[in-house]
Design a binder for this molecule. Structure first.
Ligand SMILES: Nc1ncnc2c1ncn2[C@@H]1O[C@H](COP(=O)(O)OP(=O)(O)OP(=O)(O)O)[C@@H](O)[C@H]1O
Length: 252
């Protein structure tokens, strides 16, 4: 599995850039974590790679194929948990995953085994899962969306803010899962603000800042010279303005 982006830009209304001139490639077997401030373009980039939105300019190739010539070939090998609400509210978890498995043409025995094991791993109470998904908490819906993304064992797994809304136990379970899922020729691409969990799973880090990729290297290189602290490394790249404490005083 390989993912290559060449001069990818996305603009809205012909001028406002969401991401600008992004070039990088993701090696097979990477857990590549995209970090950056709110609005820096992480979801935009993930959605372009997932073909949820189209880039304004630039070339994207996945396993040497493009969406223009081989969309199904790419999508069969891809699983996506996006920021968009992906669960179908009227279906319960079992029926929803069965529906996803049908879309991917999974053989029935494999689908049932995967469904049972995924739900058993990510959820505590099977009883709750018999209710329609619209009654689930936001964390349960997030876990179900993650289960749907990995159900068919994709070689490219895209997770947009997977740790948001999950409780700490679920986050640790997800970290264990991601580390185990990573295998030769499988790529896991994650956008996140949760540096604790990113530091547990990332093999590679990309930093988006003001719509541009300002860092792209291994996780160990990222923390070079900052005594191993991922948040100190990130702040170095984001270069935040000093906090105006007088404003806080006037507010409180
Ligand atoms: N449909 C749209 N129309 C106009 N601008 C958009 C649209 N979608 C995204 N943008 C802009 O693109 C930029 C990047 O947004 P994006 O959602 O990719 O950021 P992000 O890094 O994922 O942010 P966050 O960390 O807050 O989730 C932002 O400035 C955003 O306002």
């Amino acid at each position: 599995m390989s993912v290559q982006l060449e001069s990818i830009s996305k603009s809205y209304d012909g001028k406002l850039f969401a991401v600008e001139n992004i070039t990088f490639s993701i090696p097979g077997d990477a857990v590549y974590c995209l970090l950056g401030s709110n609005g820096s373009g992480k979801s935009t980039l993930l959605n372009i790679i997932a073909n949820i939105i189209e880039p304004t300019t630039g070339q994207l190739t996945i396993n040497d194929h493009s969406y223009a010539t081989a969309p199904l070939l790419i999508k069969q090998k891809m699983g996506v948990q996006s920021q968009f609400n992906q669960v179908i509210g009227e279906l319960n978890a079992f029926d929803f995953l069965s529906w996803i498995g049908l879309l991917y043409n999974m053989p029935q025995p494999e689908l049932l085994t995967q469904r049972r094991n995924l739900l058993a791993y990510f959820f505590e109470e099977e009883e709750d899962l018999r209710k329609p998904a619209k009654t689930y908490s936001s964390g349960m819906q997030k876990k179900l969306a993650i289960c749907a993304a990995v159900l068919h064992k994709p070689d490219l797994l895209i997770l947009d803010e997977p740790f948001a809304n999950l409780d700490p136990v679920a986050c640790h379970k997800l970290c264990d899962f991601i580390s185990a899922y990573r295998a030769s020729q499988r790529i896991i691409l994650i956008s996140s603000h949760d540096l604790l969990y990113v530091s547990k799973v990332a093999t590679h880090i990309g930093i988006l800042h003001k719509k541009a990729l300002v860092f792209n290297d291994t996780a160990s290189h990222f923390t070079d010279n900052v005594e191993g602290s991922i948040d100190a490394a990130l702040l170095k790249y984001l270069n935040p303005p000093s906090r105006d404490l007088s404003l806080i005083e006037s507010i409180v």
